[in-house]
Design a protein around this ligand. Structure first.
Ligand code: HPA
Length: 234
C-alpha cells in the first residue's frame, strides 16, 4: 500500500496497461478482462487486474501529465513488480505523416519537462521504447490491417502552448504530442523493465480536425486490443 495505491503486493500482474483516464481503465477491464477485480480506487485513479486470453494482466490509470504518471508507474514497478508497461492514450498530430485515428507507436519521446533536468548531469537522456515490444506491436498492427506509424513523439508539460510552438519538432520528424511518454520510458530505463506507448491520433494540430465522437469507441477498441496482445504476448 502507498499513499496513492491501496493494492496489496501481488494484486497487479507483471503486464500493465496504462490509460490516462480512469474510466478508460474501467472500460478496458470490463470489456476485455476475464474475472476483473478492482485493485485501486484511491483518488478514483482506478486499477484493475484480471486475465486476457488466459494470461494475467492489469490496467492502471495514470492521470494526465508526467508527474502524475510517474507516481503510479514508479510504484507499479518498484513496489508491485510490473515488468511490461503499455501506455494506451491519445495524441495530437503535428505531422502530415499521421491522420486522425492512426495509431502512433512511440519510438522515442522528446520532452520539455524539467523532471529529469538534474538527473543526467551534462547529458540529455533520449527516452526510447523497448524494441521488442515496438517490433511486436508493428507486426501485430500490420497483421490486423491497422493504420499505424512508428516515430518520435513529444511529451509536453503544457497542453496550451502558443501556436507554432511545435514547428521545430515537426521539422525534425516528430509525429505527435502526448503528455506522459517521456517519463514512462525514463522510468522503464531506470528500473530495467519494458515499456511502449501506443496512442491514437485524437486531434490534428496542423488542420484543426478532431476525432468524431462516433470514431472514438472503435479507435479505442483497436488500440486496447493491440495493447493487450502486446502486453501479455498472446
Ligand atoms: N496536446 C497534448 N496531449 C494531447 C493532445 C495535445 O494536443 N491531444 C491528445 N493528447
Amino acid at each position: 500500500m502507498t499513499p496513492h495505491n491501496e493494492a496489496k503486493i501481488g494484486d497487479y500482474a507483471e503486464a500493465v496497461l496504462l490509460p490516462g483516464d480512469p474510466l478508460r481503465a474501467k472500460w478496458i477491464a470490463e470489456t476485455f478482462f476475464e474475472d476483473p477485480r478492482q485493485v485501486n480506487g484511491i483518488r478514483n485513479c482506478l486499477g484493475f487486474t484480471g486475465r486476457y486470453k488466459g494470461k494475467p494482466v492489469s490496467v492502471q490509470a495514470t492521470g494526465m501529465g508526467q508527474p502524475s504518471l510517474s507516481i503510479y508507474v514508479h510504484e507499479l514497478i518498484d513496489i508491485y513488480g510490473a515488468k511490461v508497461l503499455v501506455r494506451v492514450g491519445t495524441c495530437g498530430g503535428i505531422s502530415d505523416k499521421v491522420r486522425l485515428k492512426d495509431i502512433v507507436l512511440a519510438e522515442a519521446a522528446t520532452t520539455d519537462s524539467a523532471m529529469d533536468s538534474e538527473t543526467f548531469g551534462a547529458f540529455r537522456f533520449a527516452p526510447s521504447a523497448n524494441f521488442g515490444l515496438l517490433r511486436d506491436a508493428a507486426n501485430r498492427a500490420d497483421a490486423a490491417g491497422l493504420s499505424w506509424r512508428a516515430g518520435g513523439i513529444v511529451s509536453t508539460d503544457t497542453f496550451y502552448l502558443p501556436e507554432n510552438a511545435y514547428d521545430p519538432l515537426t521539422a525534425h520528424g516528430i509525429l505527435a504530442i502526448d503528455m506522459e511518454t517521456a517519463a514512462l520510458y525514463t522510468l522503464a530505463a531506470r528500473f530495467g523493465v519494458r515499456a511502449l506507448t501506443l496512442c491514437a491520433v485524437s486531434d490534428d494540430l496542423l488542420t484543426g480536425e478532431k476525432m468524431a465522437p462516433s470514431d472514438r469507441q472503435s479507435s479505442l477498441t483497436e488500440l486496447a486490443t493491440l495493447a493487450l496482445d502486446v502486453a501479455v504476448g498472446a
